[in-house]
Design a protein around this ligand. Sequence first.
Ligand code: ZN
Ligand code: ZN
Ligand code: FE
Length: 754
Amino acid sequence: MAAGLITFKGVVQGVGFRPFVFRLAESLNVKGWVNNNSTGVMIHAEGENLREFYRRLLAELPPLAVVKEHTFKEIEPLGYNDFRIVASTGGQAKEVLISPDVATCQECQREILDPEERRFHYPFTNCTNCGPRYTIICDSPYDRSNTTMSKFPLCPDCQKEYENPSDRRFHAQPVACPVCGPKALLQDAHGHVLSGLGQDQLKNGAIVAIKGLGGFHLACDAKNHPAVHMLRLRKARETKPFAVMARNLNVVHKYCRVSPMEEELLTSGAAPIVVLNLKTGLSDLQLPPELAPNLDTLGVMLPYTPLHHLLFDDELELLVMTSANRSGEPMITDNDAAFTKLRGIADYWLTHNRDIYHPCDDSVIRVIAGQPVFFRRSRGYVPLPVELKRPGLSVLGVGGDIKNTFCLLKERQGFISQYGGDLANYDNFKGFEHSIVSFQRIVNCKPDLIAYDLHPEYHSSRFARNSNLPSVAVQHHHAHLASCLAENQVEENVLGVICDGTGFGLDQQIWGFEFLWGGQREFVRVGHLEYLPLPGGDAAARFPDRLALAYLVELFTADGKEFHEYLPSLTDTEIDLITQQVQRRINTFLTSSCGRLFDAVSALCGICTKVAYEGQAAIELEAAIDQTEQGTYNFTLTTGENGLQIKTKTLFGEILADLAQGVSAGRIAAKFHRAIGDIIVEALRRLEDKYDSRQVALSGGVLQNKYLAEYLMQRLNQLGFVVYRQSVPGDGGLCLGQAVIASEVMKNVSGDSR
Ligand code: ZN
Ligand code: ZN
Ligand code: FE
């Protein structure tokens, strides 16, 4: 008779781990006990089949369990004659990871459609394998009393399931049923209560505000042109694409091309929005072009709560599901706020009485060069940590102001928060302050150090400087680089290529297309795009046509009038004004931004001259690409005091020549993308000798561009470069980089050699 003490750490509580252990022990005639403790799960096991037991524990984990560490220690057998789940010890499960929210599992989906089941048509059905988690958890440890389900005492039937180790709902904290759980409520604008979940209203073209897991959505039938048009008008959202929710995978296949990896993402427990290529144009698919104006892609997700599943039927297969907030404001999570803020936008409100504690937007992913790339990492992924190679200090990285996320670094884990929007908005900033406090509770980390962006005007930076903690300012693009390296667990210095929108530079200029040599502690700038004028500063990002003109005036030292034919959207007055601004450097900043270069080219091609949402000009330029074009343009590469400089005069000259000859926008777009890829490769080939390294890290928001990233990867792979890519290349990934840099810098200062 052998005996062993087995421990598991990671996401091992609230995911059906103990019943799983119990059942396996029974089947292998193993005796002893299992319990939850402050670090995870502990098992005392005795019997002949110990080895097999341990092996199968690891091989057959419950679907939501994530084991980060496991140990086996031989001990003296104590002669148990059965196997039991014993009471938790230690109370506070502080090292246990809290699970993100999980999409409704197959079994729960079956139950809600089975008239024999007591949860038939119950919109809040869940079990240990699925349901709300992070969005309803207020504190750790993860017990019902620490969730927003605490106000729903279990009925006797649910209590039985909760206590039965062989039940799928054993210790499922959010367990509920029609008798004891939350209830959905459909109301019109006058507050009158209606029956149903709004399906009939949706079919009739109405706009329904729907409370989901992490916040409210605005929904309408995505195939109903007038409804989609109405939603755009009422939300005052001109062109930013809407995400849709499809009844099932078959419906997705009807409209989009879906790769196996994309299918896996769509059907995963995280159930993100996946940006998919449309089979043909929206109108050819009989879908309203207003779903995603000027794009060849559509953001699609599958139903992820029972409530969503119940909305669909044979007559309804595709719903617009856009976050219910006014542009730039935080997601609405509160019933009262939904009624006041969405008055005049929604026709009906489908609410429920389970509170949302942590607001969480839908995550957005696009598969690029065979890897999922997050445009937004939020619901379904937060608060799972990024695993690091070495333990760090306890650091709060506050992120940047745009697309804010923050990060708590603790030992070997980087916990990145949900998406918090633009901090220039007061409510977003309040949300940021509030989330920092609650996130510290959830991941049980009190930071000793705070890291922030070098930008003097960022609200996040001010917040950091005003805190009582020692603080470290981090250059924006160094943070992008370090974030990529931390995620890939790379410790040495590499060549960093950061293709980005804007970031405050060490020389006070606005950087954006940067070649760095560095690592998780230090960096040097070894090359960049030449500086070009930004008339009116950041406002230039909203007017690609003005930007394009400014670039041409600067590069060709010419009067703007010469270029009017290429930029017909500008008035004579605007042209004179911009020409003077640039020539006399009035209210004009300098930038090496990569994003702005895309904007300028987009305007020159006549694709996008005014921007209604962030990145629009570049996104539409990519969508316009003629895939058959194999040509490229030329940049000039010079060596100056700041290392390599990429000069753009040749590029713009060639584009103007193509335009003059009537070359199509699609071909120009393709050649431009390839030219960017080519010049990066050329610069790297010069730098690899100088720094004796063929390791390259790619980051920055522009690398959300699928065509560019795939073209670049293909060329770098051909040349044998070792390339590290990032899952969150945009500013949502900054916070992790800030935190690891601050940790490395301070370790060095304090002589901590961990
Ligand atoms: Zn379930
Ligand atoms: Zn119940
Ligand atoms: Fe950035």
